[in-house]
Design a protein around this ligand. Structure first.
Ligand SMILES: Cc1cc2nc3c(=O)[nH]c(=O)nc-3n(C[C@H](O)[C@H](O)[C@H](O)COP(=O)(O)OP(=O)(O)OC[C@H]3O[C@@H](n4cnc5c(N)ncnc54)[C@H](O)[C@@H]3O)c2cc1C
Length: 437
């Protein structure tokens, strides 16, 4: 197998809450020599860094190549909500692999929460915001439905998530849009860019070589392993792990064809002062249960951090702020007149089955990607199973094999994602019209 891409100039972090509050912006070096290592990881988002960290924990010293900066992609721009589980609906996972494997898959993400906490260590004040607990609210008036979902989740995940009535939610979140919901007390809010960079530094201290501004441009067979070439150097390795997700471009066509790069967005308002209390009195992160859902949290200085939407049109600047503000005011019309500060987008790598894609294309050619809406805990789970497989021949990664590398509709992927989003939005509206009258 040989594959290559065109070189683009390395990019800086986008203007966002995260880049504005980065705690250490010092660069990692660029690769400027030919080196060898037992493992070369391509992509320095949470998945790549977690794989490197997992290898170092197991006594292996990998090399990681990042095209831009560590956490440049989705990992340094996201909503910051950390909780276990996958993007795919639990019932669809059960239908595919049965209850026992579903339980094992979910356990991996619960273990990942512990690993994140362990790596945060005594940096909690700097990395975790708000109060622990993520609230999931129902947009729909469906008596009994939330409780049924909750019972299934509590059973399969071994958690004790709490049912919240409509009244309890409305005491803290002053909107007519929500019905009942549930609280995930183990969920928390993470500064994902600072976390990813911290984990990369810890990994470097453990003996890994971490390189920024070092895009992998070409991958070739070399002896029994692989040679990964960047602009000014190369890495020869027995194993490579591709973790480029939504930013993969054409580096590995087989992976690229299986990746739907979905753009999604976040708005940060200016500090809202006393006005915040007219709408939001709870300290928790909140998300709703529409397909086209919103998620939000408040920041220490009284700003609102509001996420959602999918768009192939890549809105930026004031246009993006206006789109996001419209969604915010749809939930909290009492905040009309508040000002947006900054809005940004990022690409999530999705598989059509909404589960991570983890496995080998050939012996020693690993991929660990497609974390899309499943999110941060699943990247850590992916990093763990891949590093355990490489370092110790463990086979847990095969739990993900049934999901595979489905064709994601390239080159029409973005148009497909946009159309699906519009369809889901319409379904949400029809469902609300039917149930909430
Ligand atoms: C706006 C937004 C909000 C989100 N909110 C949440 C949330 O609240 N909670 C949650 O759990 N998840 C959330 N997610 C999803 C979560 O951020 C992702 O699932 C996760 O960060 C994916 O990590 P990753 O390492 O797979 O990909 P990325 O972080 O995208 O990393 C891929 C990296 O590969 C690099 N790369 C690409 N090509 C090359 C190459 N040729 N050579 C070297 N490097 C290369 C890129 O520069 C990039 O840094 C959100 C995502 C977005 C975009």
């Amino acid at each position: 197998m040989a594959s290559s891409i065109q070189k683009n100039a390395p990019q800086r972090y986008v203007d966002s809450y995260y880049s504005r509050s980065i705690s250490d912006n010092s660069s990692f070096p660029a690769l400027e020599q030919d080196i060898s290592a037992s493992v070369c990881i391509i992509g320095g988002g949470m998945a790549g860094v977690a794989t490197a960290h997992g290898l170092v924990d197991r006594g292996v010293r990998p090399v990681l190549l990042e095209a831009n900066r560590i956490g440049f992609g989705a990992s340094g721009r996201n909503g910051g909500f950390v909780s276990p589980g996958y993007s795919a609906n639990i019932n669809s996972i059960i239908a595919k692999v049965g209850k026992d494997c579903t339980r094992e898959l979910l356990t991996l993400t619960r273990d990942a929460m512990d690993i994140i906490k362990r790596r945060i260590g005594n940096h909690k004040d700097r990395l975790c915001g708000g109060t622990e607990g993520l609230l999931n609210v129902s947009w729909f008036n469906q008596p009994g439905q939330v409780q049924r979902n909750l019972d299934l989740m509590n059973d399969l995940m071994g958690v004790e998530y709490e049912y919240w009535s409509r009244e309890k939610i409305r005491n803290l979140y002053l909107t007519d849009r929500y019905y009942d919901g549930y609280m995930k007390p183990d969920g928390f809010q993470l500064h994902s860019l600072n976390y990813t960079r911290l984990s990369a530094r810890q990994t470097e201290k453990g003996g890994a070589g971490i390189y920024e501004s070092s895009a992998a441009l070409k991958i070739q067979h070399s002896g029994n392993g692989w040679k990964v070439s960047s602009q000014n150097g190369s890495v020869t390795a027995d194993n490579i792990v591709v973790c480029c997700s939504g930013y993969i471009g054409n580096l590995v066509p087989r992976l690229s064809r299986s990746t739907l790069s979905v753009a999604t967005y976040i708005l940060m308002t200016e500090p809202l002062g006393n006005r915040l209390q007219t709408a939001i009195r709870g300290p928790y992160g909140v998300s709703d249960n529409r397909f086209s859902s919103n998620y939000y949290r408040t920041l220490e200085d009284g700003r609102l951090f509001w996420g959602g939407r999918v768009s192939m049109f890549n809105p930026v600047g004031n246009r993006l702020k206006n789109i996001m503000m419209k969604d915010l005011l749809h939930v909290y019309p009492q905040l009309r007149g508040i000002k947006a500060d900054v809005a940004w987008g990022g690409l999530m790598g999705y598989a059509t089955h909404k589960m991570p894609q983890i496995g080998q294309l050939e012996p020693g050619f690993w991929y660990c990607q497609g974390f899309g809406g499943s999110g941060m805990t699943t990247t850590i789970a992916g990093g763990e199973v891949v590093s355990a497989a490489i370092a110790n021949n463990e086979e847990q990664y095969q739990l993900f094999s049934p999901f595979g590398l489905n064709y994601a509709g390239k080159p029409f992927g973005p148009a497909i994602a946009q159309s699906a989003y519009w369809l889901f939005q319409l379904q949400d509206k029809l469902k609300a019209w039917r149930l909430n009258r």
